[in-house]
Design a protein around this ligand. Sequence first.
Ligand SMILES: [Zn+2]
Length: 239
Amino acid sequence: MSPDRVRAVSLSSDRLDVALWGDESAPVIIAHVHGNEQVALHAAAQVVGRRPVRLVGLAPQPRRRQRIRVAGRLFDFDPNRMWTLAGRAATLACLGGDAQPTEREQAAALADLADYAERAWHLLGAGQRPIVAAHNNADGLLPVDALLGEPATLASCRIPHLPPDDFLYVCHPPAYERLTALPFAHAVLRDDTRAPDDGSLSVRCAHEGVPYINVECHPARGDRNRDLLLAAVDALLPR
Ligand SMILES: [Zn+2]
């Protein structure tokens, strides 16, 4: 499970390690962003030996929110909310102590987070390759049913006997067609033009026209998690 390489991203007064598996020039990228979702990372690492993928691990600390120190103060952020200006402003929080950060400290931390997100984006292929995001979805956190009535949902394929935590959230119509030709998992197709800017990786991909699939799977089902990731990668590989 240890990565093939670790790249340190240096910021103004801290550094974050990015773990890398697989060939740098692989045609599909798998992104892992939440450090508390280790089953998804294990499942993604199993895909590396089976498909031409590059796995990029952006969660050096085993927690959902990652931490950075900026000018002596500790901040944290959700790495799946750092990909746009609005997302960064909403997710960045100063930790520890009662004293609020000054405007200058807050601005410095936002600049560091923007710098980190930009360099992470380059490690994710800089918009030149499709991306699969590997997530775990615990009981009831985000059931597929919650997405079915959303304005941004363009189409969906719901399979009655399967658990609602495991699904493919697809932002690329051709991949959705491939994944639902023989239905084997819940799949939802998102209309990128109607998705709110929450700073998630899906929004950045939509802005830059990058095909994107989010794989959600309950952490108790590691093999299923791997199989869903394999299917998502296959749907994005050239035919
Ligand atoms: Zn996640």
